[in-house]
Design a binder for this molecule. Sequence first.
Ligand SMILES: Nc1nc2c(ncn2[C@@H]2O[C@H](COP(=O)(O)OP(=O)(O)OP(=O)(O)O)[C@@H](O)[C@H]2O)c(=O)[nH]1
Ligand SMILES: [Mg+2]
Length: 423
Amino acid sequence: MYQTEQKEKALLVMVEVGRQNWQTETLIEEFKNLVASSGIEVVDLVLVKRKEINPAFFIGKGKVEELAAKAVEKNANVVIFNNNLSFTQQRNLEDILGIKTIDRTQLILDIFAKHAHSQEGMLQVELAQLQYLFGRLKGKGIMLSRLGGGIGTRGPGEKKLEVDRRRIVDRIRSLQEKLGEVKKYREVIRKKRKKEKTLICSLVGYTNAGKTTLFNTLTSSTQKISDSLFTTLDTVSRSFTLHNNLKIILTDTVGFIYNLPPNLIEAFKATLEELYYADLLLHIIDASSKDIERLKSSTDTVLVDLKLLDKPTLVVFNKIDKISDFELKALKNTYPDAVFVSASKKINIDKLKEKIYEIFSKTVTEAILKVPFNIMDLSEYIYANCEVLKVSYQSNAAVYFAKARKEKLQYLQSKGVIIEEIK
Ligand SMILES: Nc1nc2c(ncn2[C@@H]2O[C@H](COP(=O)(O)OP(=O)(O)OP(=O)(O)O)[C@@H](O)[C@H]2O)c(=O)[nH]1
Ligand SMILES: [Mg+2]
């Protein structure tokens, strides 16, 4: 049995199998950042290169024995692999290593458990954790209590995970039901927005790209931002207006990562469903990363998975204050359609707004809106959703000369406004 109270000291293992697409150093940096985000101390990192996976131990048995000696030497009490291990591999490794051994999925789930604060976030994380455990328990009849405490066993809100198989099944079912309720509530809000035809922009991107910082800058909010990974788990929406009064609802979402565990996407589908209703996705990328292609393609992979790649998307490079003019120029050359901002230093935020407006304005037309006085309460809606260029009054109506999206005009028409489009 392992101690719960003891400070966890981890020996990290990163295994590269076959030819590598991405730079080893940046993957190592990210792995260490993940471990730091889970609050565990790193005692050492071992890089193992293999042509193929060893089915029993993932790596060679000789290497496992070396690791065991290193763990003793460095006084480690947990080994963390940056790869996903099968149940058998994990058990075999633990037998030789003599200490708790966890894989990448468990590490990420642990960070999620730590950062889940809202009721929905906690439900989703617990569901992902239990689905992961259940996959390992299937037909094996093992005692997961051998894990002891600490990483791999922490549930959301400092709760210890239930590891009894039958109870897991019951709990999964009850979590799914509760998440179903949350989904219904979301639908009500969505319907309201749809009725009002408010435009929705969703922030998507790699974890730590600065999505929440940009969200705060655009909507003058104070959502939590941090340098640790997966700070945001909850979808949050706030509105902001473009220079011409066009109202936009901005949605901040959970970040993605390279090799995101499938259980997590599954559990977060209800949250990510918000993305389907977005009129525009803002794909935020950290311009100061040494590995931009990996960040971009990891997010694209999830978007493909969610069948969202055909959504109108604007690529926004953030943190340009951290790069040189030369690097910025090179990026602009590679991504001529992107916008380049600094969310924290508030650089080019107006340019971003203009670009968003430009995209939406393609669906905007000029029109004369005649609003009879008996429905003048619609004027508030008109100012929030149209760009009013001029107003004049007739004996029985107000006449607005305005630019608006076609569906807004249709909405107003359905409310009794007389619309004359100017071609
Ligand atoms: N230098 C610089 N740092 C930034 C900028 N924008 C964000 N950051 C920093 O980047 C880190 C991550 O920012 P967040 O806004 O939490 O990133 P996120 O994309 O919401 O991350 P997750 O919610 O964890 O997925 C924080 O330490 C921010 O202060 C920027 O424009 N310039
Ligand atoms: Mg965030």
